[in-house]
Design a protein around this ligand. Structure first.
Ligand SMILES: Nc1ncnc2c1ncn2[C@@H]1O[C@H](COP(=O)(O)OP(=O)(O)OP(=O)(O)O)[C@@H](O)[C@H]1O
Length: 232
């Protein structure tokens, strides 16, 4: 992987998230999400619940700059992600945000450790050792082997490798979409406990979409998304 300039270290002082007047439209122009105001303090954990098709994933994608927005602002501290061009949004996301999505895409030919430490590839040279060390530590904590290929890993183990990957660079905020969807109760509870403990220990923001009541119960605050609207 080649990058013109290494990205600076993750910024722990990213600040609060403030979403204002946000609108996301489908390609046919239909409004699929409209948020008047949503604030998440730096270091807080927020759960997002709601019926299927309500707009939860769209909200998460807008918050991390993965979908273009038709109107409004998505401010992380002083940066309005919605106002940035796509390349700058991508750079911001790589630098400041850790993503754990439902479809866990791992590099099949690499080991769990190489997958969890993959962000070292685009980090400045001086940070690479720390990222790899953190990735190794997280895999131990999550109970996943570091070596071998990821091919034979179970869905739950893959989910935990993805969580370690999201946390290894120590991002200022972690955004998760149904991180416990494919896990049994015990594994889900352990992942949530580990994820929140790791984030809280370092004052990191967590925003998680989930249908899992146990996960929602562990969050500082829970909002509902219904018909493309946020109910606080
Ligand atoms: N690219 C798109 N084109 C057209 N419609 C879309 C697009 N993306 C999302 N939608 C629609 O927007 C609505 C919200 O979708 P979204 O995936 O955000 O819901 P969700 O609450 O996350 O659902 P689930 O819980 O089933 O994952 C749905 O009606 C969906 O069909």
């Amino acid at each position: 992987m080649r990058h013109a300039r290494p990205l600076p270290a993750s910024d722990p002082a990213l600040g609060d998230l403030l979403v204002e007047g946000l609108e996301v439209h489908a390609p046919d122009g239909r409004t699929i999400l409209a948020v008047d105001r949503l604030q998440v303090s730096a270091g807080a954990t927020l759960g997002v619940q709601g019926p299927s098709g309500a707009g939860k994933s769209t909200l998460l994608h807008a918050i991390c700059g993965l979908v273009p927005v038709a109107a409004g602002a998505v401010r992380w501290g002083g940066t309005d992600l919605a106002a940035l061009p796509e390349a700058a949004r991508d750079a911001f996301r790589r630098r400041a945000l850790g993503l754990i999505f439902q479809d866990v895409l791992l590099l099949e030919e690499l080991s769990p450790l190489d997958n969890a430490a993959v962000s070292a590839a685009w980090a400045p040279r001086a940070e690479r050792g720390a990222i790899r060390a953190r990735a190794a530590e997280l895999l131990v904590r999550f109970g996943v082997p570091q070596s071998g290929s990821v091919g034979p890993l179970s869905g739950g183990e893959r989910q935990r490798v993805a969580a370690a990957r999201a946390l290894a660079r120590d991002p200022a905020a972690i955004l998760a979409d149904e991180p416990t969807a494919s896990l049994d109760r015990e594994t889900a509870d352990r992942l949530v406990a580990d994820l929140l403990a790791a984030a809280r220990a370092r004052g990191r923001t967590v925003i998680a979409v989930s249908h899992d009541p146990a996960m929602m119960a562990a969050m500082d605050r829970v909002i509902q998304v219904v018909d493309g609207r946020v109910r606080q």
